[in-house]
Design a protein around this ligand. Structure first.
Ligand code: FE2
Length: 245
């Protein structure tokens, strides 16, 4: 699961198949529906599709407006819509996505709620992890200090982050997380979210095929390197680090 030294605790077996880099598993779930990009019709229900933090064409050419149209306007929207269906009459409508994720992660009877809540949260976090003019290097301060302490160098961390995202088998996510006094790079499978592992996410890269196939076909490494070189939002990582400490 992790490309950094040490392993996070294994998540409960009933929640997910083993989140290792070589664990086989099923393909993407749920055909997307709905449409539009920024300004599209809000989801009906207590959970809403948050607006993107930038215009749909702002990440081009690394991520095209067409990819954003489908990824945000259809895939992300479907997770929110499905979650609203699933939590109707459950008493969870007033809970935050984080609260729903934590409450359902270990409950096989509510695994569908967990999957859709986690995917809604993960996508919100992914959009915030990207931005036009991103990439480059983290600025100084606590984030860079922890990166150098945990990985020896910024470049070593960046390469581990890239490889975690590239080598995640099938659908999933690459993450930079805070684990106590240090930072780590991990992978999660399908919808899985580091919060339920007791880890604080700082950044993520979505490596479900819907994230890159229209622009890069099967060349996931090109997508991941381009995101890290040109879009990843180090200021967002700093904000998450401050929020967690
Ligand atoms: Fe996605």
């Amino acid at each position: 699961m992790s490309t950094s030294p040490g392993q996070p605790q294994q998540p409960p077996a009933q929640r997910r198949s083993q989140p290792t880099a070589d664990a086989p598993k099923g393909r993407a779930k749920g055909a997307p529906s709905g449409g539009g990009g920024r300004g599209a019709k809000p989801a009906e229900g207590p959970k809403t599709l948050k607006p993107l933090p930038w215009e749909p064409d702002a990440l081009a050419p690394v991520i095209s407006a067409r990819t954003i149209k489908f990824h945000y306007g259809k895939h992300h929207r479907t997770y929110v819509d499905k979650l609203n269906e699933l939590i109707r009459d459950t008493g969870m409508a007033d809970q935050s996505l984080e609260e729903i994720i934590r409450a359902t992660a270990d409950d096989p009877k509510r695994i569908d709620i967990y999957h859709n809540a986690a995917q809604a949260w993960n996508h919100d976090f992914f959009w915030a992890s990207l931005g036009p003019g991103g990439g480059g290097r983290a600025r100084g301060g606590e984030l860079l200090r922890l990166i150098e302490q945990s990985f020896e160098s910024f470049d070593a961390m960046k390469e581990q982050f890239a490889q975690a995202a590239i080598k995640q088998f099938g659908t999933g996510w690459g993450w930079l997380v805070q684990d106590g006094e240090r930072l780590r790079v991990i992978q999660t499978e399908d919808a899985d979210n580091p919060l339920v592992l007791g880890l604080q996410p700082l950044l993520t890269i979505d490596v479900w095929e819907h994230a890159y196939y229209l622009d890069y076909q099967n060349e996931r490494p090109k997508f991941v390197h381009a995101v890290l070189d040109r879009l990843i939002n180090w200021e967002f990582a700093e904000q998450n680090l401050r929020r967690a400490n």
